[in-house]
Ligand binder design. Structure first.
Ligand code: G6P
Length: 611
C-alpha cells in the first residue's frame, strides 16, 4: 500500500525514480510524485493525480539535473486522491520534502498544535503534518537528522518515510515503524524503497530496516540508529529472486503470468521438504519448535483476504490429518476481541506480503498474550517473517498482480505439508503419509493440464460477462475455494459475487436465483458429491445458470449443467489447489472482457499496510 523509492548517487535520479515507481505501482496507483535536489541545491517537487506514466509525462527529464530524489505512489487513506494530497509534502519553508507510507494516528492533535503556533496546511493528509512538524523542529535544531528524530518520537501510528531537504542537500533520511523500508547498497549509490522489487535491478545487497530504526544516507556512506538515538548494526542481506521474476515475461498481465507459474511455484513450495518414501515432511523453519508443536492443544490461524481463505482450507486439513482443533480468525477481528489463548496454543499468521498491518497487529497481540507465533509467508525478510519465532516460507516467488493467485496455491501446499508433518507426529500412518506425499508430487502436472484448457474457460467468461451477480458454491474442502473464486471475480471484474457452502444456499441465497444468475458449483467426486448434485438440482429448478467444476469423465453432471470445466482427480484434501485454477482464469477473462485494469483493480492495493 503506497510505494516509496529514493535514490542518491552519481547517476541522474529522475529515470531511476520513475522506473522504481513503476515497479512499485502495484502497491498504490491513485497519484504519484517526486522531489529532487538539483545541482544548485534547490528542492523541486512534481506530483499529480493518476498513474506513474502521467507523472512521467509531467517531467522534462532533460531539464532535471539531479542525483538525489525521493518518490511516491499513493493509495489514499487521509484525503481524496488529487494533486494536493499526492506526496511528497513540504514543510512550511518548502525546504524539506517528505514521502510517507502508513498512518499518523495522532495527526489531528499535532496539526491543531502546529496551527496554534501559526503553521499552515495545504492538504488534508496526515503526512503533511509530519513534514510541517519536521520543519518546525528544524527551525530550532538546525539539524535535519535530529528534526526528523524528534518529530518521529511525537508520532503515534505507522510510518515508512524518506526525507530530503535543500538545507542539507546531500542527504536522504529514512525511518520505519510498521511499514517496510529496504535500503539497497550499490557502488557509490544507494536505492531506498518500500519493497525490494524497486531495488533489484541496481543491487542485490540490502538492509531491511527494523521498527523504530532510521538510516541517514549520503552518496558514499550510511549509518543506522533508532529514532531514540541509539546506534544500530543492521545486517546486510541478499535479495533472493531475479529481475525476470518481477517482469511480465511475454504475458499481458502479471496476474495471467502468475496463474501460469503455478505448476512451478507449487513445486517450489514442497521442493526439498517432502520425504515421499517416508510419507513425511522436513520443515527446517519449524525445527526449533518441534516439541511445542508435538504438544499443541489448539492452533489459531490468522490472516486477511485470500490468505484467510487459505486458512479455512488449513482448518479442514489440520483437523483431519493431525486431529488438533483449529480456529481461523480474521486478523482485523482477532486483535480487538480479547481472544482466549492458552499456554499450549500455537498461532500461525499467513501472509503473502508479510506486511499486512492487521496480521502484524494480530501477531503482536498474540505474543503479548504469551502465544508462540509462527508465520507462513512469501516475502523473505518481511515484517511478519521477522516478527514470528518460526515458520514456513512458501517460496512462490514475487507476486505482483494485486489479485493473489500463485501465493494461494503455495499457501495450500505449505499447509498440506504442515498438516502431514503434524499428523505424522501423532496418529497418521506412514502409508497414509506416502499416499498424500505422492499426490502432492502429481499436482504440478495436473495444474498444467487445467491451464491447457484456458480457451474454454475464456469462452465461458465471455458468455456470462454481462451478469450483474454471481454465486459460487462448494462443500467441504471446496467451500473456501467458493469464497476464493467469488473474491477473485469481485476484485478484478467488479461483478458482485458471493461464496457459500452449497448446502447453505437454501437458507438465503436461493432467493436470488433466477435465469440471470450464474451459479458456479465446485462438484468434484468425493464423499459429498451426491449432496452437491442435489444442490445443483435445487438451482436448476429455479432456472439458474450452472457452471460446474467437475472431475474428468463426469458425463452425468455434463447433462445437468450449462457449462462444465473438467479438472483431474486428486485426493479431496488437495482438490482446492486444482479447483481454484479455473476460477482464477474465469475471473481473469471476465475482467479482461469488461476492459478492467486486471493488475491494478480500483481501490485495492497489493499489500495493505494500514489497519
Ligand atoms: C490485500 C490484497 C489481497 C490479499 C490481502 C492479504 O487485500 O489485495 O490480495 O489477499 O491483502 O494480503 P497478505 O499479503 O497478508 O496475504
Amino acid at each position: 500500500m503506497c510505494g516509496i523509492v529514493a535514490y542518491i548517487g552519481n547517476k541522474k535520479s529522475s529515470h531511476i525514480l520513475i522506473n522504481g515507481l513503476q515497479r512499485l505501482e502495484y502497491r498504490g496507483y491513485d497519484s504519484a510524485g517526486l522531489a529532487f535536489i538539483s545541482e544548485d541545491s534547490k528542492l523541486q517537487v512534481f506530483k499529480n493525480q493518476g498513474k506513474v506514466k502521467d507523472l512521467d509525462r509531467l517531467i522534462d527529464h532533460k531539464k532535471i539535473n539531479s542525483h538525489i530524489g525521493i518518490a511516491h505512489t499513493r493509495w489514499a487513506t487521509h484525503g481524496v486522491p488529487n494533486n494536493t494530497n499526492a506526496h511528497p509534502h513540504y514543510d512550511n519553508s518548502k525546504n524539506i520534502a517528505l514521502v510517507h507510507n502508513g498512518i499518523i494516528e495522532n495527526y489531528t492533535v499535532l496539526r491543531t498544535k502546529l496551527i496554534e503556533k501559526g503553521y499552515t496546511f495545504e492538504s488534508q493528509t496526515d503526512t503533511e503534518v509530519l513534514a510541517v512538524l519536521i520543519g518546525a523542529i528544524y527551525e530550532q535544531t538546525k539539524d535535519l537528522e535530529s528534526a526528523v528524530r524528534n518529530a518521529l518520537i511525537q508520532v503515534e501510528g505507522t510510518f515508512g518515510i524518506a526525507v530530503v531537504s535543500s538545507y542539507e542537500p546531500d542527504k536522504i533520511i529514512t525511518a520505519r515503524r510498521g511499514s517496510p523500508m529496504v535500503l539497497g547498497i550499490g557502488e557509490n549509490e544507494f536505492i531506498l524503497a518500500s519493497d525490494a522489487s524497486a531495488i533489484i535491478q541496481h543491487t542485490r545487497q540490502v538492509i531491511y530496516l527494523d521498527d523504530n530504526e532510521m538510516a541517514i544516507i549520503t552518496k558514499n556512506h550510511y549509518f543506522t540508529k533508532t529514532i531514540y538515538n541509539v546506534d544500530t548494526n543492521s545486517e546486510i542481506q541478499e535479495i533472493l529472486y531475479n529481475l525476470d521474476q518481477i517482469e511480465k515475461g511475454g504475458f499481458d498481465y502479471f496476474m495471467l503470468k502468475e496463474i501460469h507459474e503455478q505448476p512451478i511455484s507449487f513445486e517450489n513450495t514442497f521442493r526439498g521438504r517432502l520425504l515421499v518414501d517416508e510419507g513425511n515432511v522436513k520443515l527446517g523453519g519449524l525445527r526449533n519448535i518441534e516439541d511445542k508443536l508435538r504438544n499443541a492443544e489448539k492452533i489459531i490461524i490468522t490472516a486477511c483476504g485470500t490468505s484467510w481463505n487459505a486458512a479455512l482450507v488449513a482448518e479442514y486439513l489440520i483437523e483431519n490429518l493431525a486431529r488438533i482443533p483449529v480456529e481461523v480468525e480474521y486478523a482485523s477481528e482477532f486483535r480487538y476481541r480479547n481472544p482466549v489463548i492458552n499456554q499450549n496454543d500455537i498461532v500461525f499468521a499467513i501472509s503473502q506480503s508479510g506486511e499486512t498491518a492487521d496480521t502484524l497487529a494480530a501477531i503482536k497481540e498474540a505474543k503479548q498474550k504469551g502465544a508462540l507465533c509462527c508465520g507462513i509467508v512469501n516475502a523473505v525478510g518481511s515484517s511478519i517473517a521477522r516478527e514470528t519465532e518460526a515458520g514456513i516460507y512458501i517460496h512462490a516467488g514475487p507476486e505482483i498482480g494485486v489479485a493473489s493467485t500463485k501465493a494461494f496455491t503455495s499457501q495450500l501446499c505449505a499447509f498440506t505439508l504442515l498438516s502431514l508433518y503434524l499428523g505424522r507426529m501423532r496418529n497418521l500412518s506412514s502409508t497414509e503419509g506416502m499416499n498424500i506425499a505422492k499426490a502432492i508430487t502429481q499436482i504440478p502436472s495436473q495444474i498444467e493440464e487445467i491451464l491447457q484448457n484456458s480457451e474454454q474457460i475464456k469462452k465461458i467468461a465471455v458468455k456470462y460477462s454481462k451478469s450483474k451477480n454471481y454465486i459460487y458454491l462448494g462443500r467441504g474442502y471446496n467451500y473456501p475455494v467458493a469464497l476464493e473464486g467469488a473474491l477473485k471475480l469481485k476484485e478484478i471484474s467488479y461483478i458482485h459475487a458471493e461464496g457459500y457452502p452449497s448446502a447453505e444456499m437454501k437458507h438465503g441465497p436461493i432467493a436470488l436465483i433466477d435465469e440471470n444468475m450464474p451459479v458456479v458449483f465446485i462438484a468434484t467426486r468425493d464423499e459429498i458429491y451426491d449432496k452437491v448434485k442435489s444442490n445443483i438440482q435445487e438451482v436448476l429448478a429455479r432456472k439458474g445458470k450452472i457452471i460446474a467444476i467437475a472431475n474428468y469423465g463426469d458425463t452425468e453432471l455434463a447433462e445437468l449443467t450449462d457449462d462444465i470445466i473438467y479438472i483431474p482427480k486428486t485426493l479431496p484434501m488437495l482438490t482446492p489447489v486444482l479447483s481454484v485454477i479455473p476460477l482464477q482464469l474465469l475471473a481473469y477473462y471476465t475482467a479482461l472482457e469488461l476492459g478492467r485494469d486486471v493488475d491494478r483493480p480500483r481501490n485495492l492495493a497489493k499489500s495493505v499496510t494500514v489497519e
